[in-house]
Design a protein around this ligand. Structure first.
Ligand SMILES: Cc1cc2nc3c(=O)[nH]c(=O)nc-3n(C[C@H](O)[C@H](O)[C@H](O)COP(=O)(O)OP(=O)(O)OC[C@H]3O[C@@H](n4cnc5c(N)ncnc54)[C@H](O)[C@@H]3O)c2cc1C
Length: 385
């Protein structure tokens, strides 16, 4: 494995780092307190990101994206992940599921999403279909050249700022060796389509300024040209996207954990109790040692998966291990960092309480820790079946 960076990669990472420190950090407190990102601020961040070439770095050059390799993308995610989630999200890395766009979809959805003119959200989860996403009840019934969509989705992130949704709906059933299962089709559905409505979701402990929504479809009529990928093969287009998303979650967690460790280290090196710096107490310094060791282990797993992905060799298990380890490490590091700061760790004077609150969702979305363990163990056991 070679994680050595070229001069160009180092320059890209440095410019993302400066962007995060200069354009995102200054607004964190405001967003944390108001739980809202002003539209003018969002537009200004987006414009600066586009001008600097930091927007859609994950998408192909031929469509106007940055065309960067997975390793560089992970290092970018790590820097962006240090900031408030809502603010860093503005620097879009569109879902690579959109690479399944064909024909007019390329000009209508893929290209405008890459150049910042449109924003997508993605809707799979339903109240009764979370980890078991294939059990979804949202239905798409074929009627001539159209599909009629009925059902609801919940927990759908940033549907407020999205122009369209990548929607997954059950389009039939099929017999398999394991019994009957639902066939899933993916659609591009524009906001404003008759029968498609959005309502506010739940208030979450994590991610101030970044909200989730409920999407309702009531006899929503969508032309067959809006199918993304092939009819009944919605999960085919989703599979590759899942690996990339899990790596991106892992990398963002590494960045946040690094920021928490840095705050805790500086605190331990300066805070005095019982006449000495608290970092002199092994009860504190050994925590720092464990946090740093776990963080490096998580980083190696993430970079290993990214390096394999660059060579086209990343397995589902590689991405699952990276996500599992990085998200659980962030949980441990942010909790121990608060312990090292004592009471001040819980106060909103510092970003630590926010990192601690925000970490919680990372072990749940894009596949819970248990689902990641399931993927990893399945890859071990399957050859023995
Ligand atoms: C803030 C937020 C934003 C989100 N954004 C989006 C979005 O934009 N689009 C979208 O489609 N979804 C989104 N999600 C949904 C997210 O992906 C789901 O929450 C996640 O997949 C888990 O589903 P669930 O919450 O229904 O939990 P469940 O699936 O009900 O799981 C409950 C518990 O059971 C465990 N469990 C379930 N099955 C197994 C199993 N086979 N083995 C062992 N344990 C198991 C789980 O690990 C978990 O601990 C979001 C969620 C949150 C919280």
């Amino acid at each position: 494995m070679d994680f050595g960076l070229s001069n160009e990669q180092e320059m890209i990472i440095d410019s993302v780092k400066s962007f995060v420190e200069q354009e995102l950090y200054p607004y964190e407190n405001e967003v944390e307190k108001s739980n809202h990102i002003d539209e003018t601020l969002a537009e200004s961040i987006k414009k600066k990101a586009i001008d600097l070439g930091l927007y859609a770095t994950n998408m192909p050059i031929k469509h106007g994206g940055g065309g960067l390799d997975t390793l560089t993308l992970c290092l970018i995610e790590k820097e962006l992940g240090k900031a408030n989630f809502g603010l860093q999200y503005i620097v879009a890395r569109p879902s690579n599921i959109l690479l399944a766009c064909k024909g007019e979809q390329i000009e209508n959805y893929l290209v405008p999403t890459i150049n910042g003119k449109k924003v997508e959200c993605l809707a799979m989860t339903e109240p009764n279909a979370g980890s078991d996403v294939r059990s979804m009840q949202c239905r798409a019934d074929k009627e001539g050249d159209f599909f009629i969509i009925n059902g609801s989705k919940h927990f759908i992130s940033h549907a407020d700022v999205a122009d369209y949704v990548i929607l997954f709906a059950a389009s039939g059933t099929e017999e398999t060796v394991k019994g009957v299962r639902k066939k899933i089709t993916s659609f591009l559905v524009d906001k404003g389509t008759s029968g498609f409505s959005i309502e506010p979701g739940y208030k979450s402990v994590s991610h101030r300024g970044y909200h989730n929504f409920v999407l309702n479809f009531d006899n929503c009529k969508v032309h067959k040209s809006q199918v993304l990928g092939e009819v009944d093969h919605g999960f085919d287009v989703a599979n590759e996207w899942l690996g990339a998303t899990r790596l991106s979650v892992a990398a963002m967690c590494l960045g946040r954990a690094e920021r928490a460790l840095q705050i805790a280290t500086e605190w331990a090196a300066t805070r005095e109790q019982f006449g000495q710096k608290i970092g002199k107490f092994q009860g504190v310094s050994f925590k720092l040692a464990d946090m740093s060791t776990e963080l490096h282990a998580a980083e190696l797993l993430t970079l290993r998966a990214a390096w394999k992905d660059t060579k086209g060799e990343m397995t589902n298990s590689d991405a699952a291990m990276a996500k599992l380890k990085a998200t659980e490490t962030l949980a441990m590091v942010s909790d121990e960092a608060i312990q090292i700061l004592g009471g001040m760790g819980l106060m909103d004077e510092l970003p630590l309480e926010r990192i601690w609150r925000d970490h919680r969702v990372e072990r749940i979305w894009d596949g819970t820790s248990e689902i990641q363990r399931h993927i990893i163990s399945r890859s071990l056991l399957r050859p023995h079946e």
